[in-house]
Design a protein around this ligand. Structure first.
Ligand code: ZN
Length: 270
């Protein structure tokens, strides 16, 4: 039986501070960085519904019925200052994870016949939370630059050109890669983070940037001595390295998405 879903987007913005009232300034700053101070944040949400298409009107759910529900959902957040103006955040940090949870818990689970199956929350350009009834994933995005040459050592230049086209250019070529790292879990009761952003920054800096940023993958990186450094392989290598390191740190990597160009994206999931 085919599954049909429908999604609806909306946007809001709010002011907030991330701080723990029982911690001193130093500890707060170590956990939340510059977000300890008041700042504004922009959000986009996408709600995904699944259900049966009504034989009468051809819809899963009438968007006219969804509009007021979504407006009711975001109205308390839009223009709010968290945690001060919403009692639900009195004992919670207003991180993207906790805002996504608030949205999930405050939307009716079923609207007529349709079921809310996924909620996506984007915070600014670099943070995204995906919530379903079973899982929650927070993704943060990073950028690095690297050069590569797609070529097989047993082919000559003409053979490599036939196989890989201009990507086999002898001296290589470069990309500004966008790397999105998705970690699965529940927000910590104290910090509100699935993984502290400072820790994820440190892990990506040490494990990805130190190896690959501003490197020629074929020339500089032992990982690609025997392996063609396609972006598929680069994404897989990064997934394995990050998965091992995050597991040692007590976290579960769910997904790596590597955007090579505006058009070419590569993804590895668990
Ligand atoms: Zn390339």
């Amino acid at each position: 039986m085919p599954v049909v879903s429908l999604s609806r987007r909306a946007a809001f913005s709010l002011g907030r501070r991330l701080f723990h009232p029982d911690w001193d300034e130093t500890r707060n700053r170590a956990c939340f960085g510059r977000d300890v101070g008041p700042h504004g944040a922009n959000y986009a949400i996408e709600l995904v519904f699944a259900g049966q298409i009504s034989p009468e009107d051809g819809m899963i759910v009438n968007i006219a019925d969804l509009k007021p529900l979504i407006a009711d959902l975001i109205t308390p957040l839009d223009g709010a200052f968290l945690p001060d103006t919403l009692p639900e955040f009195a004992h919670k940090r207003p991180t993207a994870e906790n805002i996504a949870l608030y949205l999930w818990q405050n939307f009716p689970a079923t609207v007529v016949e349709a079921t809310l199956t996924e909620l996506h929350l984007e915070e600014g350009a670099h943070v995204r939370v995906e919530k379903t009834s079973r899982t929650m994933i927070v993704s943060r995005s990073f950028e690095f630059a690297a050069a590569h040459r797609l070529a097989l050592s047993d082919l000559d230049d003409a053979g490599n050109m036939a196989r890989f086209g201009i990507c086999s250019n002898r001296a290589g070529h470069g990309h500004n890669f966008n790397l999105s790292v998705g970690v699965e879990g529940q927000p910590d009761a104290q910090t509100g983070f699935i993984i502290p952003p400072q820790l994820l920054d440190k892990v990506v800096t040490e494990e990805v940037f130190a190896r690959f940023d501003h490197k020629h993958l074929n020339e500089d990186c032992p990982e690609f001595r025997e392996l063609v450094p396609t972006s598929e392989n680069l994404a897989l290598v990064i997934f394995r390295i990050l998965s091992d390191r995050l597991e040692r740190e007590g976290f579960r990597l769910a997904r790596v998405h590597l955007q090579e160009t505006a058009k070419n994206g590569f993804e590895v999931t668990r």
